[in-house]
Ligand binder design. Structure first.
Ligand SMILES: Nc1ncnc2c1ncn2[C@@H]1O[C@H](COP(=O)(O)OP(=O)(O)OP(=O)(O)O)[C@@H](O)[C@H]1O
Ligand SMILES: [Mg+2]
Length: 500
């Protein structure tokens, strides 16, 4: 549903107070004006600096009042004309004031009957629990392809006769360009177009994409992650790889026609250093999709009020880039605030989390969500319930065969021929080692060999292995507990022969 359509439906259904959440004030206002015109309603816009525009008709016998501007604005609305829409800008600043709350609740009651709608327009969501029942939050979505096309057309029209510019686009180029712009606000679309024109005298999707990456990074929430890792660099995990391979074409039109729903996502749990992050990164490159990495700390972080807008913005961007993979590494780090650990953040984390869960549950857009975590005790149980992730995988310490493979991968990565080493012996010696620790022994052994001015030998590797105490020894109890937990709740990423 487009933002305009949603707004129009809510106003016609007489929802008295709408909280319109957006950074794009101008675009939102234009949308409100156009809906109002359709409905034959008058629109009045209030801001702290300008008061009501156009001015509201004054009541006849109005005593001189000494109220602060925001209270005066609300008081004024009580006598305002019927069949009208009122837009109040930046009201989030005053939402915690008990007088504002009371005035809004009174208004919610009377407005319905008078065919009036109040719209709170703000980039930040601040809705006290007292008002939750009276106020409907509307996410004003980012521009659609059609809206972006309008900007493009007017740009082409305006610069038509300018010397040296080539604005000709084939239908395919045009479509690619418009698709590339999804996820940006209209202002941002205008600036990426200008940049492309200044830089190369024409509109090039690749220039637009570069600029878009910058803009997304600047938002501080998401980042385009250049995923180059392939399955070949990941040792073991055959069940997980198989599961991912089966879904590699699931975002194509063919899959949709076949009747497949787009997969929602996976949660990868497991022991530290066993390749959770590594395998997460391979998904996007294996599926040939762009990957966005989400800064969990920033999104769920407890900058009160900001965080909810943040998570909504992040979701919008990801949906704008879709089909894509959205990667949240070390998800548990985002939930410090949920534990009630004395660091009270007045429920922000919980609300942000709820927004996120709802999105995961209901999303229909092709955004594949990959999360990794190694401390299950910090993850809220709701997250693990059915319907959120398609699957929860547990990545355990590698078994003998997997360790062999991991040695081969890391030797090859460092220009050594794995065939020149006794991999079976190395694998047998490293029971309890994680992939990261195996990599580390290879690197340390290379240092030793380089220092001794000769090439790497089996003995260098064995010496390093003997000198290493793996984390699994130091953290035996924790790992056992994690395994027990996972046995009942997660699917193993690999067969793990050693455990039998
Ligand atoms: N199965 C594996 N195959 C190949 N390399 C591996 C494997 N597991 C780990 N490694 C190596 O160890 C490095 C660290 O692994 P990674 O960061 O993916 O672990 P992790 O499970 O995310 O750990 P953490 O819980 O500490 O985040 C990888 O970059 C890779 O080089
Ligand atoms: Mg990791």
């Amino acid at each position: 549903m487009s933002a305009r359509h949603e707004l129009s439906v809510l106003i016609r259904a007489k929802y008295p107070i709408l909280y319109l959440l957006t950074w794009e004030e101008q675009r939102a206002l234009e949308c409100v004006f156009s809906v109002a015109e359709d409905l034959g309603a008058d629109t009045f816009v209030w801001s702290l600096t300008k008061g009501f525009r156009p001015p509201l008709p004054a009541k006849r016998s109005e005593p001189p009042q000494r109220l602060s501007p925001e209270l005066e604005a609300l008081a004024h609305l009580h006598g305002a004309p019927e069949n009208a829409i009122f837009v109040l800008k930046d009201f989030h600043h005053w939402m915690s004031d008990y007088r504002v709350q009371r005035l809004l609740r009174d208004l919610a009651e009377t407005m319905k009957v008078k065919n009036q709608t109040l719209i709170l327009l703000s980039p930040v969501l601040r809705l006290p629990p007292e008002l939750e029942k009276d106020v409907t939050v509307v996410d004003f979505g980012l521009p659609t392809e059609e809206e972006i096309a309008e900007v493009l057309d007017s740009l082409v029209h305006a610069t038509r006769d300018r010397e040296g510019l080539d604005l000709h686009l084939s239908p395919e180029q045009r479509e690619l360009l418009l698709k590339t712009c999804l996820g940006l606000t209209l202002d941002e679309v205008e600036s990426v177009f200008s940049r492309s024109l200044v830089q190369c005298k024409t509109l090039r999707p690749d220039v637009v994409l570069e600029e878009k990456k910058q803009i997304i990074r600047k938002s501080g929430l998401l980042e385009y992650y250049p995923a180059t890792e392939s399955f070949r660099e990941v040792g073991g995990m055959e069940y997980l790889k198989e599961w991912l391979k089966r879904r590699s074409k699931s975002f194509t039109e063919a899959a949709e026609e076949f009747g497949l729903p787009p997969p929602k996502g996976v949660l990868l749990l497991g022991v530290q250093g066993c390749g959770k992050s590594l395998v997460a990164k391979t998904i996007a490159s294996h599926w040939n999709l762009p990957m966005l990495r989400m800064d969990v700390g920033r999104i769920f972080g407890s900058l009160v009020g900001q965080s909810e807008a943040n998570v909504r913005r992040a979701i919008q961007i990801a949906e704008g880039v879709a089909p894509c993979v959205l990667w949240a590494d070390e998800l548990e780090k985002g939930f410090a605030g949920l534990q009630g650990s004395g660091m009270s953040d007045s429920g922000t984390t919980a609300r942000v989390f709820a927004t996120f869960l709802t999105w995961m549950q209901e999303k229909t857009s092709p955004v594949f969500f990959v999360a990794t975590a190694n401390d299950v005790s910090k993850l809220p149980p709701e997250l693990l319930r059915k319907g959120r992730f398609d699957e929860v995988f547990f990545i355990d310490l590698p078994d003998t065969e997997e360790r062999r493979e991991i040695f081969a991968i890391h030797l090859r990565k460092r220009k050594r021929d794995p065939g020149a080493f006794d991999l079976d012996a190395l694998a047998a010696l490293t029971a309890g080692f994680s992939g990261a620790e195996i990599e580390q022994t290879v690197v340390s052994a290379l240092f030793a060999a380089f220092d001794a001015q000769r090439d790497l030998t089996q003995d260098d590797l064995v010496a390093e292995i003997k000198a290493t105490i793996p984390l699994s020894v130091m953290m035996k109890e924790e790992i056992e507990a994690l395994r027990d937990w996972a046995k009942l709740r997660a699917r193993p990423a690999s067969r793990n022969d050693d455990l039998d």
